[in-house]
Ligand binder design. Structure first.
Ligand SMILES: O=P(O)(O)OC[C@H]1O[C@H](OP(=O)(O)OP(=O)(O)O)[C@H](O)[C@@H]1O
Ligand SMILES: Nc1ncnc2[nH]cnc12
Length: 177
């Protein structure tokens, strides 16, 4: 483990039984409030890009926090995947189950183009539902999902296996717990 990874782990707070009993919530707010920690997280995510990237896709809301600075550092554009009723244009949508509920995600129908090299960035991989739905939205536009990078993978929830089943492409995590 490198120094950045140790710093990141030290700055993520466990909140037991939130938002519902049995869930241990990984709270990134202490990490974001620490400039060295936040920079370390962005740098480690940037380092996971496998090559040139046209567009970084981030998912509302926590994904936006990391995806936007990663896009800038990679010289890529940023495309938001949002919850329903937020994007003003025509959208494609995809529903899925979360660790603590259900969700639908949307993307503008003209956000991507065939062959665009896309990287997905999110804070947490839990069950894989969010990344799986986002991958479907990206592939639905004929874009190339080059890689998925998350700050933290919750290994015990086996989201990675679900993504293989969904054909969501390669994934790496800065830290795994
Ligand atoms: O792998 P999964 O089981 O899909 O869970 C991971 C997702 O859950 C959280 O988002 P959440 O829907 O809680 O929304 P938020 O970013 O608005 O807090 C997190 O930011 C990931 O996007
Ligand atoms: N346990 C968890 N902590 C933080 N974000 C999450 N998203 C889904 N499960 C989560």
């Amino acid at each position: 483990m490198n120094a950045n990874q140790q710093l990141i782990l030290d700055l993520i707070r466990d909140v037991p039984d939130w938002p519902k009993p049995g869930v241990v919530f990984k709270d990134i707010t202490p990490l974001l409030a620490d400039p060295r920690g936040f920079a370390a997280a962005v740098d480690e995510l940037v380092a996971l890009a496998p090559g040139p990237i046209d567009i970084v896709v981030g998912m509302e809301a926590r994904g936006f926090i990391f995806a936007a600075p990663v896009a800038l550092k990679l010289g890529a554009g940023f495309v938001p995947v949002r919850k329903p009723g937020k994007l003003p244009g025509k959208v494609h949508e995809q529903s899925f189950a979360l660790e603590y509920g259900h969700e639908t995600l949307t993307i503008h129908t003209d956000a991507l183009w065939p062959g665009a090299r896309v990287m997905v960035i999110d804070d947490v991989l839990a069950t894989g539902g969010t990344v799986g739905a986002t991958a479907a939205l990206i592939k639905g536009q004929g874009a190339e999902l080059v890689h998925v990078a998350v700050l933290m993978e919750l290994g015990f929830l086996e989201g990675r296996g679900r993504l293989v089943e969904l054909g969501a492409g390669t994934l790496s995590a800065v830290v795994t717990v």
